[in-house]
Design a protein around this ligand. Structure first.
Ligand code: QAP
Ligand code: CO
Length: 167
């Protein structure tokens, strides 16, 4: 296992669109393990392959208190959504920034598991937010793009300044 390097907003590689996984093989399983290790190390509750510069449709999520419930979504697709909810979101690629985003309240997602088998899952509240947030990453979208241009500009400046301090 290995800790992968996370790309930070506004890195242009975060805007790349991820390709579907053709076959869930050993390479993909290793990517899943490394992504999980990376997410747990920070720690975070969700990570998309895009954020570690791998442009494949792979997501890991663990919203459990004790980090014991890893959920893996390969080639995920939202097939149903309803309602709306506001949630204060953060992102491993946008450290220290938390902002309210409005998304669907309930979703149904279809994906492949790490065993390569298709499954269908209903999700609501935090899990639904997290799945939508991570699927956005696979489409090249970061949550700050839902905010006003002014807020986006402020966040970019803040992160660039911080990068200058820490590097
Ligand atoms: C996406 O986000 C998410 O700023 C996952 O300094 C967030 O794991 C979905 C993190 C909220 C739904 C609701 C953020 C860690 C982790 C930071 C994360 C930070 C350290 C964010
Ligand atoms: Co994110």
């Amino acid at each position: 296992m290995a800790i992968l390097t996370i790309l930070y907003y506004p890195d242009p590689r975060l805007y790349q669109v991820a390709k579907p996984v053709a076959r869930v093989d050993a390479t993909i399983r290793r990517l899943v393990n490394d992504m999980a290790e990376t997410m747990y190390a920070v720690p975070g509750i969700g990570l998309a392959a895009t954020q570690v510069d791998m442009h494949l449709q792979v997501i890991v999520i663990d919203i459990s208190e004790d980090k014991s419930q890893l959920q893996v979504f390969i080639n995920p697709k939202i097939v149903n959504s309803s309602g709306s909810q506001d949630y204060e979101e953060g992102c491993l690629s946008v450290p220290g920034i938390y902002e309210n985003v409005t998304r669907a309240e309930k979703i149904t997602v279809e994906a492949l598991g790490v065993d390569g088998k298709p499954f269908k899952l209903g999700a609501e509240r935090l899990l639904a937010v997290c799945i939508q947030h991570e699927i956005d990453h696979l489409k090249g979208k970061v949550f700050v793009e839902y905010l006003s241009q002014l807020k986006q500009a402020r966040i970019k400046n803040k992160l660039k300044k911080r990068l200058r301090v820490t590097m």
